[in-house]
Design a protein around this ligand. Structure first.
Ligand SMILES: Nc1ncnc2c1ncn2[C@@H]1O[C@H](COP(=O)(O)OP(=O)(O)OP(=O)(O)O)[C@@H](O)[C@H]1O
Length: 372
């Protein structure tokens, strides 16, 4: 059953400093969903978020809340009271943690007797119950952001807007908060919009992704859909699909195609998922986590693609290592530290890379007669 659309944007346009910085024809937010706005610096994530939250004047377009267009100032103000926003900078007052968390409730006239248990409960959920009497000036970055989140959640907002909430945190604080926020969003079934330039954060929190560049949406869809089926190379690169192979379709049937790679690769063939015409030039993408490395071809493996290659680079990537290979074409794989040691991987070493046909996704069809 599809959920009701809570907030809908139509033809949103925003001018900042006299320049149009946002042009979003259509975007919807459904009840209980977490939508991640992803994109590089300056893509327009914050602008879109502020516009969706009704906090920026629009130079064009409309917002509909629960199907009703927000026309008058009073309608927009009523809408703004139903949502809360958390920024990269927690923006705390010079008061105790408890007083900070209670701010919005106090402004709404909630009596102290009701405020106190709510503040305590949300501080506890965010792991800062022991800090309630501490001055907000004496908090770590992670504790301060937890206070800002408690201050937002305690209001029971219908939509929560989170603008790069982890960007200023160090890795351990960020990891802990990502876990806790993920649980809280799931438990409360909150409707939220979060902006990030980190695909890992988006993958851990969001149900849907909207990838932005240049003030517009490049692709919007379910998390897995956008991660595995980016519609163009910019989105592919942005969602971490590190290998893009260009080649000509040799055969195609029942959604499985054989791709003959370009001349530089020695005409190797890759099996991929997708529909295209024989002779057509296409682009296929492979995520590094879907590539397996071994010392020799594993005949029992179900992976339809296996290529001997040479390690060219090994780069740390959080808990994994990214291994770049020359298989006659570029291929990237993620491995654990354990696999790195067991396979004795090092630059110049030989290895076999395999991936299933279902891990190679058609991204774009080009011309029938394009030069490969
Ligand atoms: N107050 C402003 N006046 C003029 N231009 C602005 C203003 N704020 C943002 N912009 C411009 O609008 C565009 C979008 O900026 P925005 O901050 O929305 O991007 P972003 O994707 O959130 O970037 P970041 O990840 O760096 O925060 C950029 O070109 C930026 O320079």
């Amino acid at each position: 059953m599809s959920r009701a659309t809570v907030l809908e944007a139509r033809g949103l346009k925003v001018l900042r400093g006299g320049t149009q910085v946002l042009d979003v024809p259509a975007l919807g937010l459904r009840a209980g969903e977490v939508l991640a706005l992803m994109g590089p610096n300056g893509a327009g994530k914050s602008t879109l978020m502020l516009a969706l939250a009704g906090l920026l004047p629009l130079s064009g377009g409309t917002l509909l809340y629960q199907g009703v267009e927000l026309r008058s100032r009073s309608e927009r103000e009523a809408f703004r009271r139903r949502m809360t926003m958390v920024f990269q900078d927690p923006l705390l007052f010079d008061a105790t943690v408890a007083q900070n968390i209670a701010t919005g409730l106090k402004l709404r006239g909630v009596p102290a007797a009701l405020r106190e248990p709510a503040v305590r409960a949300w501080a506890g959920r965010l792991g800062i119950g022991h800090l309630l009497d501490r001055s907000a000036r004496h908090l770590s970055g992670g504790e301060a952001q937890r206070t800002a989140l408690a201050r937002a959640f305690v209001l029971g907002p219908e939509i929560l807007f989170l603008d790069e909430p982890f960007a200023a945190l160090d890795a351990p604080a960020r990891e802990g908060l990502l876990d806790d926020l993920g649980h809280i969003l799931a438990e409360t079934g909150s409707t939220a919009v979060i902006s990030t330039h980190d695909q890992g954060e988006a993958a851990r929190l969001a149900h849907r992704l909207a990838v932005m560049q240049g003030g517009t949406l490049l692709q919007t869809g379910g998390l897995r859909e956008v991660m595995n089926h980016p519609q163009d190379p910019i989105v592919a690169a942005f969602v971490g699909m590190e290998t893009l192979l260009r080649g000509q379709v040799a055969t195609c049937g029942e959604g499985l195609l054989t791709l003959r790679l370009g001349k530089g690769s020695g005409g190797q063939e890759v099996l991929a998922i997708g529909e295209a015409q024989p002779g057509q030039t296409v682009l296929v993408g492979i995520r590094p986590e879907n590539v397996t490395l071994s010392l020799q071809t594993d005949k029992s493996s179900s992976a339809r693609n296996a290529f001997p290659g040479t390690v060219t680079k090994i780069l740390p990537r959080g808990p994994f290592f990214k291994v770049e290979l020359d298989c006659g074409f570029f291929l990237a794989a993620y491995v654990t530290a354990q696999s790195l040691a067991e396979l004795d991987l090092r630059p110049g070493g030989a290895v076999v890379a395999s991936f299933k046909a279902t891990a190679a996704h058609l991204i774009r069809r080009e011309g029938l007669d394009a030069e490969v």
